[in-house]
Structures are given as structure tokens and as C-alpha cells.
Design a protein around this ligand. Structure first.
Ligand SMILES: [Zn+2]
Ligand SMILES: [Zn+2]
Length: 186
């Protein structure tokens, strides 16, 4: 494993969140309603969140444009400046925990803090771990021509090129296969 379980989980949460923004192809915002937010919280297994409100939805929506550019930076310094600004928005309270059978690891936000604060801090620190490990290249955008979804490449040889969400890799393989057939006159 490249990063700790919680870091990888937070990065997965962040990719999921950033990719709710409308893209060049699917120009649909999929973090638009409280139901969208509730589904997100459930999918990403946030514990003890409590009742979500329109304020939570608004705040979470506003986090996306802060995080999104981190996936297209061209230097560690640029990424670090963005990540520091993000983490500074939250309240950090590092605490060792071994909840749900996981080995001892650190949570950076308090369980009772708002969903927005938890996302800000946990995802911000996870990104900080990536940069401090010298792994910024793992933060990327999907290479499919009609998709620019954010992705985190956790493969051993950093070979991931396409996002998971829209099966871009499969789609391109099919397209390339058809092109080859056409070129060979089959
Ligand atoms: Zn944990
Ligand atoms: Zn894609």
C-alpha cells in the first residue's frame, strides 16, 4: 500500500467529491440536492454525521473549487500553497484512534465537527501526505479526450490513465480496437 488506509480513503472521498462538478462532457452537477449529499456521506462511510442541512450542502459544494485545482498543479510548491490554504480553513485536532478494527492511526479532525470541516481537514491532510511523500504525480486528470475527471493513481507503477467513474479506459480500448480494424480493412 502506498499510503495509510485513512489517507487512501480520504483521497477516494476527495476524488468522488471533486468529480461531482460538471465536466466538459457531462455538464451535470451531481452534488445539487440534500439527497446527493446524503448519498455521498453514506457511500464514503462518514460516521456520526448527524442531520444534514442545506447549509452543509452549500458549504460542501463550495469546497469543490478549492480542491479541484490541486489535481492539475505543475509543481510541489504550487500544490503546497493550495493545500496549506485549504487546511488552514479547518480546525485540526489530531487524535490517535483504532476504531472499527483498524490499526492505530491519526484522525485530524474532531468527530463532532461539521461535515465541511471534516472533509476540509481529512482530505487536506491526505493531500499533504501525498506531496510530502514526493508523490504529487499521482494526482491527475483522466486522459480520455472527453473527460477531465480527477483521479488518484495508487497503482504500483503509476500507470493509471483513466478515471473509474465513467469507464473511460474501456471505452477508449473499444475505440482503439475499432480504429485498428478500420485501418486494416477488416
Ligand atoms: Zn479512521
Ligand atoms: Zn474519465
Amino acid at each position: 500500500m502506498t499510503f495509510s488506509h485513512d489517507t487512501e480513503h480520504a483521497l477516494g472521498t476527495l476524488v468522488r467529491l471533486v468529480n461531482t462538478l460538471p465536466g466538459p462532457n457531462s455538464q451535470v452537477d451531481t452534488m445539487n440536492t440534500l439527497e446527493d449529499l446524503e448519498k455521498f456521506v453514506q457511500e464514503r462511510e462518514f460516521s456520526a454525521v448527524g442531520t444534514l442541512t442545506e447549509t452543509d450542502l452549500q458549504e460542501v459544494r463550495e469546497l469543490r473549487p478549492l480542491f479541484a485545482p490541486v489535481f492539475t498543479t505543475s509543481s510541489d510548491a504550487e500544490a503546497a500553497a493550495m493545500i496549506n490554504a485549504i487546511v488552514a480553513r479547518g480546525t485540526t485536532t489530531p487524535r490517535l484512534t483504532n476504531h472499527d478494527g483498524h490499526p492505530w492511526h491519526i484522525h485530524y479532525s474532531r468527530d463532532g465537527s461539521s461535515l465541511t470541516c471534516r472533509i476540509t481537514v481529512e482530505c487536506g491532510i491526505a493531500l499533504a501526505q501525498v506531496i510530502s511523500a514526493g508523490e504529487r504525480e499521482r494526482l491527475r486528470r483522466c486522459e480520455a479526450p472527453d473527460c477531465d475527471d480527477a483521479l488518484i493513481d495508487l497503482s504500483r507503477n503509476r500507470s493509471k490513465r483513466y478515471c473509474d467513474a465513467r469507464t473511460c479506459g474501456n471505452r477508449l480500448h473499444v475505440a482503439a480496437y475499432r480504429e485498428r480494424r478500420k485501418a486494416s480493412g477488416e
